[in-house]
Ligand binder design. Structure first.
Ligand code: FBP
Length: 243
């Protein structure tokens, strides 16, 4: 099993379930295109769901670690957010994954179920030597502003207290205290999530500020594979992170 680096750029491609093919075009609808792109741009890891991993993640033609996302939901689901586990840590190991990922929607009516599932996954994954990444997303009718500094910092701390090795967070709307987010996460490495397509300057500004504040990397999807020059964008973000 290839070791997962705890910093760098992870390419996310779990949108087919989360949002449906509406995020894709004729080219990036193919997981093969994404794998080739990830290989070419030398991303630090690729994030896939089980289906894409079964059919396309093959150590013979892939040169980066796999993070298998263990839960998900569709855009067709309505109501308080709830993302259930759909595969196991053991399956992740069989598929050659180096780490597992799981989304928790903090503040949702169903938080307690996700918290319990995450706890079991964290213990199993760590017993097998796999790091665990939490998509730590406060969401639901109790959450007024999921991008406020207070809520993003809370999401960071919650991930640390749950034993996550890496936490993936939204960029807070007040970025004057990004270092507080990092301090709140303590030993958990903080990664920035991408979000809807922004222009490259905006994303790079976010990455620069986040890295200066102590973030360890970025787990990004649409802003890369919806771009006209995805390889260059990955390299640019990598150079900010590594630089
Ligand atoms: P993006 O960079 O495209 O935002 O991907 C990051 C990610 O967390 C994906 O892993 C996930 O599918 C998606 O965002 C979830 O988006 P949403 O915020 O709409 O639930």
């Amino acid at each position: 099993m290839e070791k997962l680096p705890l910093s760098g750029v992870f390419l996310a491609y779990d949108h087919g379930l989360e949002h449906g093919p509406t995020d894709f075009n004729e080219v990036n609808v193919s997981p093969k295109y994404i794998i080739d792109l990830a290989n070419k741009a030398e991303v630090d890891a690729i994030i896939l769901l089980k289906g894409s991993a079964i059919h396309y993640y093959n150590k013979k033609n892939v040169n980066m670690p796999l993070i298998l996302k263990l839960n998900g939901k569709t855009r067709l689901y309505e109501g308080e957010p709830f993302s259930t586990q759909n595969t196991s840590v053991e399956e992740a190991v069989k598929l050659g994954a180096s780490a597992v990922g799981y989304t928790v929607y903090w503040g949702s009516k169903y938080e307690k179920y996700m918290l319990r599932e995450f706890g079991k996954i964290e213990e199993k994954a760590h017993s097998l030597g796999l790091p665990v990444i939490m998509w730590s997303y406060p969401r639901g009718k109790n959450i007024q502003d999921d991008e406020s500094l207070e809520i993003v910092s809370y999401a960071a701390r919650a991930a640390f207290e749950m034993g996550a090795d890496i936490v993936k967070l939204k960029y807070p709307d007040d970025d004057s205290k990004l270092d507080w987010v990092v301090k709140s996460a303590d030993k958990t490495k903080v990664f920035l999530a991408g979000g809807k397509k922004l222009d490259s300057e905006n994303i790079e500004q976010h990455v620069k500020k986040a890295i200066d504040a102590g973030f360890s990397g970025m787990a990004i999807g649409r802003n890369i594979w919806q771009s006209d020059n995805p390889v260059e964008r990955i390299r640019e973000i990598k150079s900010i992170i590594k630089g």
